[in-house]
Structures are given as C-alpha cells and as structure tokens.
Write a protein that binds this ligand. Structure first.
Ligand SMILES: Cc1cc2nc3c(=O)[nH]c(=O)nc-3n(C[C@H](O)[C@H](O)[C@H](O)COP(=O)(O)OP(=O)(O)OC[C@H]3O[C@@H](n4cnc5c(N)ncnc54)[C@H](O)[C@@H]3O)c2cc1C
Length: 315
C-alpha cells in the first residue's frame, strides 16, 4: 500500500459517531476510510452493561462497538487501525498524517474524536472502572437502586449528577475538597433541599476500595483537607464528576471552538467553520454525551458530507 491514500471522505474516530457516519457514508457509495485511533470502539469499550441502546435490552459496551465496526466494514467502509497525529485543514484536499507514516488525503472529513472524562488518577480508579467507578450517572445510575453512592466534584456537573442519582440511590454523598461549591446557586439550592444528599466538605479522595471477586466498589478512603485525617466511607459506586475534555487538540487552532475545545457546528447541522469539514459526537456536545446522540450526529455528518461532495464534484 502506498504511503499516500486518497479518499472522498475520511472519518477520524471509531466511537458510535464515527461508525454511524461510516455506515451512512458507505451506503451513500462514498467509499469512506475510517481511522480508529488508539481506542478502537471509543469510550463504550471501557464500560460493561449498556442498557439504553435502543433495540438491545442489555449489551456489553465492547460487544456493541464490535457490532458497529462489523456493520461499517460489511457495508464497505475501510476501517484502518492507525492514529492521526497531524491534520491540515487549510489546503485541499485535506491531509491527515498518521503515526504509521501514512498520509491520508480527503475531499471531506468527519471529525468524531470524542471526549474523555477527567479522572482523579487514583491507584484503584482504573481497576474499578465499569465495576463501581463511573463518570456518567445517566449511563450507570440505574445500577445503584437503593444503594449508597458517592459523587466527586463541586461544579454544575457534580451537582446535577448527585441530583439525578437520588432517583435510584438510597443515599448520595457529594464529596468536595473545598468548603463551598462552584455550581450555580439554583442547583446548590436543589441540592441542599434534597434529603437524600449529604455533602462531605473539605474531603479529598485518596483511593477507591473494593472487592476483587466479583469486582466491585465497597467504599472510598478520604482525607480531611483541614487536619489530614483519613476516613473510610462505605459506597457501592463512585461517580467522578470533574468535567470532560474534548479530543480536539489536533484541530483546535483551525476550527471554531467553545467551552474549552468543543467544536462549533452550525445549528441543525454538523458543518464546522471550514467547508467540507464536519464534526459529530461528544466532540461537539458538552451536554448530552450519549452513544445514541453521538450516533445521531454521526448520521447527520455523513448526510452533510454526501451533500457537500455531490455539490462540489471536483472537491
Ligand atoms: C464508562 C462510560 C460508560 C458509558 N456508558 C454509556 C451508556 O451506558 N450509554 C450511553 O449512551 N453512553 C454511555 N457513555 C457515553 C458514550 O460512551 C459516549 O457518549 C460515546 O462513546 C461518544 O461517542 P463518540 O463517537 O463521540 O466518541 P468516543 O466514543 O469518545 O470515540 C472517540 C474515538 O476517536 C478516536 N480518536 C481520538 N483521537 C484520535 C486521533 N487523533 N486519531 C484517530 N482517532 C482518534 C478514539 O480512538 C475513539 O475511537 C459512557 C461513557 C463512559 C466513559
């Protein structure tokens, strides 16, 4: 294979947005190339049960992503295991340089590089991800019916997650390392009013405690930031709510962005500030961040790219 690969449409990212774009673009006969990146399948590969993908009452995240990959391949998308390290959106055709040394040229591009939750970097955090450690109450809250859960953070996201979790959990412990919250006042008011929520002020999480067989969280070790004393608390789950970072480093200088790097798209479309470049999934969305919303915008991006390419035949 030559080091210079040309396509009408290059899709960067292999989460629900990328694979859905691949399915639609393949069916539109665009012969897309999809670059998977270092996390083939995206964020859902680090979770266990997914119970909100329509049509699948329960499916393991990694299995769902293999199904999506197979679907895209079956329809003719070329799925390539590679990672883009440089992207030039100023010249046409656009050019993406990969870790393999290959140069992918394309008339149009769909950016679907997703976002990553910010984690605390605790020793046991990784081990219990998907087994009690989560960054998404909408995704995992349902698994904590009548259980005690902890939420870590002090901004809007943490307060919203804590309030949402009261629908399921018997008690929600909000852990914050300061003595006041950054969240909007109205959210703080709702939080204080909610009898199920207890705020543990001035506490820093030192580590997650759990059992190995079967794996599951049983509690947390906290440090009191005033006197440095360690405290153990019981909890069946912990939700880390300290923000998300969109994976937009490659193109943040070239496209319009908002809120720390999310890509701006035209309302009701996936068009970015550069014609022929479309963006979908968590990369553009700091609100919903779901597999199904990512897939939906992936579909839109493929349809938008198809329209762009048919209008610009010589693109
Ligand atoms: C633990 C966890 C559990 C979740 N559970 C659920 C759930 O139950 N239900 C639900 O609806 N949602 C859930 N979500 C949210 C859901 O996973 C995301 O909303 C969804 O995956 C976003 O899809 P995406 O395609 O935008 O991006 P992602 O899934 O983030 O995928 C991004 C892709 O881009 C690739 N990439 C990044 N940079 C590059 C690059 N430079 N070159 C090439 N490729 C690149 C990555 O390798 C990856 O394949 C969960 C998230 C997490 C973290």
């Amino acid at each position: 294979m030559s080091n210079h690969i040309k396509s009408k449409l290059l899709i960067i990212g292999s989460g629900p947005a990328g694979y859905t774009a691949a399915v639609y673009a393949s069916r539109a006969m665009l012969s897309p190339i999809l670059i998977q990146g270092i996390q083939p399948g995206g964020q859902l590969t680090i979770t266990t049960e997914v119970e909100n993908w329509p049509g699948e009452e329960e499916i393991q995240g990694p299995d769902l992503m293999i199904k999506m990959e197979n679907h895209a391949r079956k329809l003719g998308c070329e799925v390539i295991s590679d990672h883009i390290k440089k992207l030039n959106l100023n010249d046409r055709p656009f050019c993406a340089e990969a870790d393999s040394g290959k140069l992918y040229y394309a008339d149009s591009i769909i950016l679907a590089t997703g976002a990553q939750a910010n984690w605390l970097g605790l020793q046991n955090e990784e081990k219990f991800k998907g087994f009690g450690v989560s960054a998404c109450a909408t995704c995992d809250g349902f698994f904590y019916k009548d259980k005690v859960v902890a939420v870590v953070g002090g901004g809007n996201m943490a307060v919203e997650e804590a309030l949402f979790l009261t629908k399921f959990a018997s008690r929600v412990l909000l852990i914050h390392r300061r003595d006041s919250l950054r969240a909007e006042k109205i959210l703080q008011h709702r939080l204080m009013e909610n009898k199920k929520i207890e705020i543990l002020w001035n506490k820093k999480v030192i580590d997650v405690i759990g059992e190995n067989n079967p794996p599951g969280v049983t509690g947390l070790i906290l440090e009191d930031t005033n006197n440095k004393k360690l405290i153990n608390i019981d909890a069946s789950g912990v939700f880390i709510a300290i923000g998300h970072s969109p994976a937009s480093e490659l193109f943040v200088e070239q496209l319009k962005t908002y809120d720390g790097g999310y890509i701006v798209t035209e309302p009701g479309s996936t068009k970015t500030s550069i014609e022929g470049v479309f963006a979908a999934g968590d990369l553009v969305d700091n609100v919903y961040r779901q597999a199904v919303t990512s897939a939906a915008t992936g579909c839109m991006a493929a349809l938008d790219a198809e329209k762009y390419l048919s209008k610009n035949k010589g693109a």
